[in-house]
Design a protein around this ligand. Sequence first.
Ligand SMILES: NC(=O)c1ccc[n+]([C@@H]2O[C@H](COP(=O)([O-])OP(=O)(O)OC[C@H]3O[C@@H](n4cnc5c(N)ncnc54)[C@H](O)[C@@H]3O)[C@@H](O)[C@H]2O)c1
Ligand SMILES: [Zn+2]
Length: 383
Amino acid sequence: MMTAAPRGSEPTTVNVALGDRAYDIVIGRGLLATLGQRVAALRPSARVVIVTEETVADLHLKAAEAAFAAAKVPAARAAVAPGEGSKSWKTFEQVCEAIIGAHIERNDLVVALGGGVIGDLAGFAAAVVRRGVDYVQVPTTLLAQVDSSVGGKTAINSSQGKNLVGLFHQPILVVADTALLDTLPPRDFRAGYAEVAKFGLLGDAGFFAWLEANWQDVFAGGGTSGSFAREHAIAIACRGKAGVVARDERETGERALLNLGHTFGHAFEAAAGFSEKLLHGEAVSIGIACAFEFSARMGLLPQSDAERAVRHLAAVGLPTDIRDVPAVKTDADALMELIAQDKKVKRGKLTFILARGIGQAFVANDVDPAQVRTFLAEKLARA
Ligand SMILES: NC(=O)c1ccc[n+]([C@@H]2O[C@H](COP(=O)([O-])OP(=O)(O)OC[C@H]3O[C@@H](n4cnc5c(N)ncnc54)[C@H](O)[C@@H]3O)[C@@H](O)[C@H]2O)c1
Ligand SMILES: [Zn+2]
């Protein structure tokens, strides 16, 4: 699956092959400046409304507006508070009203400028305002560039759980400017990197080996080798996600593989109260470690492969054990309860994404909860 390296300053394009809803993900350093002309080329004479949040607006809204002005695309704006709290009914209503107030009509566009929170919120608003307008994703976090901006899942949170209200609405274009990540706090970059490593671990051993050798350049991002490495990592991860989404848009099968590390991870996130104590990507890193270690314990995978997966996540500074995060207190019974809440237990069995090797994840539908509990209890007890 490793493909030719992106050349020099030429952006990389990944197509999401969804028939008449197909779209491009364009990846490269400095692409924000081309946003207006790209949108104008795709949808001549459209107006746009940029939906963003205050942190991103302070850093990057001016440049986005300048890009639209340069291409003579009229651009209104709507900025909400940063953070997961904005994936709420209240903020959703505000965003819908702002889009309508900006006189966005059926042929116009919503532009989501921000991380996964803004992508999910603005995408959902675009899906329902005027019975649906098209939208463009301009992801500004690593997590959003490799994961949430691709695939068309949009949602807000219910008081009863995350992402429970939303629908599938594919964007018509994703513009991932890797330079926007230069302002991202290192902790957020690292958390997003867990999803990058996930793509290697679930289906692309060659990519994982490349990450082991080149992750420092991916983190550095600048200069010739850094720009290349970051763009390459994002492009390969996007290509992986685009392929899965094209084959299984509605997650009836293969798309579930993208949940590698997420069943365990969600339980840790819930144990942390979905708070700053543990970011999503950090929880996923611990979850991936669990999935590989559990697979090894079940005799599905050589112990050395599990160790290799964990070693890489730890090398970049991600937690790989919930005890790496002392602020989060939990035990095996509490985690099992959270796993059971998160996943429907079918005839007493759980579904997990497990692995037969690096790059060989599969959907295991018949996991015995008792074995998971024993695994977690022993892991948490180990000194
Ligand atoms: N739709 C999907 O398929 C999908 C997939 C994965 C995650 N998600 C959702 O994505 C959300 C998490 O996304 P996220 O991690 O991007 O969170 P986020 O959007 O909250 O961004 C993380 C932090 O980075 C800041 N930030 C964003 N861009 C920045 C930049 N360029 N410079 C400096 N700071 C910047 C934000 O203000 C925020 O504090 C969750 O709500 C999750 O449910 C959706
Ligand atoms: Zn995730």
